[in-house]
Design a protein around this ligand. Structure first.
Ligand code: BGC
Length: 415
């Protein structure tokens, strides 16, 4: 009798473990909706299904994941978080501080995460020294994707500084070619700005101005020059822009309707999914900059504890999603670098190998920089406010550099 009671109690408390025969599907929330991203997300689903885990995907539209994160928050508040969620940057620590994430320390030790992960992936996935998310990708954000045919047609070569880029844009416009594939949304515009700020100002400037928000650096001549270049770019491209998604922009780049795109290497995943050759048809170049540098963001998987999940399931999911086999296949499709150092990159696309080379060089030279736009460097509040100010400046000529700088200075710095 006593035994029956305990069995029943266990079944109620740990439904997944107790009902081994038909465990409920795990819900997987992410913002991977483009062709390349869907291909990669399906690799995750397949890997889990091979481990007998049935997966239901909740894919939420929106590059950068703003909408996905709002939905995650609403679900967590309602007490029904998904089992797995794509997370990035300091948000991981915030979720862990609130007690939502499973501690993955045991797996991390078994799999030697501390020695096998790149240092940038080690720090961001821990809360108070404990691993709370599985590191998956390292994406490079300072890429300039170039349609070679279009440049060839007008006898142009890929520019290596921002003034030359603006000249190239002017030439293309004279030939009625819209130079830049980009949608008029906050995230895409802010990514362009971030590339310009690092490329023109350099790593120290970028750190001081946009990570530390140091007043003197923000008010420096460099900021005024950057804002003036940004205004020139906006004058050239803003009048014909629409609100397309980043992957729709990539499609226009592929079709040769635009010559350039500045975005992370999820673009590479898109090109590969669409059987477009890179770097042959669409070239990958570091966005114009004085030095080699590497702006990154990283995706992780967080395992949420809720009535519908269990520690055992969380461990199975984390083990599958951090394995070398999975990370290799996933990152090849995603266009990213795996978060683990012990993965052979020989079978990866040349653009990824270039990214890896540049990442190592950037690390040695102090030019490995977290993206502020893509939630890696600053708290979500500062990130949202900065992105929105950059967007307003880009779209509103009446906002001058002084006003823009003042608005940045007024952003509350709290976490
Ligand atoms: C994510 C990438 C994703 C990109 C575009 C970034 O924030 O880190 O995984 O492909 O947004 O949706």
């Amino acid at each position: 009798m006593k035994r029956l009671f305990f069995t029943l109690l266990l079944a109620i408390t740990f439904p997944i473990d107790a009902e081994q025969s038909t465990p409920p599907p795990v819900e997987f929330l992410h913002w991977w909706t483009s062709a390349g991203e869907v291909r990669a997300a399906n690799i995750a689903k397949q890997a889990l299904e091979e481990a007998n885990v049935h997966v239901e995907q909740q894919a939420i539209q929106g590059g950068g994941g703003d909408t996905a994160m709002s939905i995650l928050q609403a679900r967590a508040i309602a007490g029904t978080p998904p089992t797995i969620a794509q997370l990035e940057g300091p948000a991981i620590q915030s979720w862990a501080a609130l007690g939502f994430l499973y501690d993955l320390e045991q797996l991390a030790n078994q799999e030697h995460w501390r020695s096998q992960l790149y240092p940038i992936a080690r720090a961001v996935n821990q809360f108070e020294g404990t691993f709370v998310a599985t590191p998956v990708t390292i994406h490079r954000l300072n890429w300039m994707w170039v349609n070679h045919d279009v440049l060839r047609q007008y006898n142009l070569s890929p520019p290596d500084n921002w003034e030359a880029l603006i000249d190239t844009f002017r030439t293309l416009k004279r030939h009625n070619v819209a130079p830049l594939a980009i949608g008029n949304d906050q995230w895409q515009i802010a990514l362009l700005f971030e590339n310009l700020a690092f490329g023109y100002g350099g790593a120290d400037y970028y750190r001081r101005a946009f990570m530390d928000m140091d007043e003197r650096t923000l008010r420096s001549e460099t900021t005024f020059e950057i804002l003036s270049l940004f205004r020139e770019i906006s004058r050239l491209i803003q009048p014909t822009m629409s609100h397309i998604r980043w992957d729709e922009a990539t499609q226009l780049l592929i079709e040769g309707k635009h010559a350039f795109q500045f975005s992370g290497d999820w673009v590479l995943g898109e090109l590969l999914a669409k059987h477009v050759t890179a770097p042959e048809a669409i070239g990958c170049y570091q966005a114009p900059a004085k030095h080699t540098g590497f702006i990154y963001n990283m995706d992780s998987f967080a395992l949420f504890n809720s009535a519908r999940s269990s520690r055992k399931t969380a461990n199975t999911l984390a083990r599958v999603l951090s394995s070398k086999t999975f990370l290799t296949a996933f990152n090849q499709a995603k266009g990213a670098l795996p978060a683990r150092k012990d993965i052979d990159l020989n079978q990866f696309n040349p653009c990824s190998r270039q990214a890896h080379h540049d990442m190592e060089q950037a690390e040695q030279n102090g030019r490995l920089l977290p993206s502020t736009v893509d939630s890696m460097a600053v708290s979500p509040i500062v990130q949202k406010a900065t992105t929105s100010e950059i967007y307003r400046y880009f779209n509103d000529e009446s906002i001058g550099p002084e006003e823009f700088i003042l608005r940045l200075e007024n952003i509350p710095r709290g976490k």
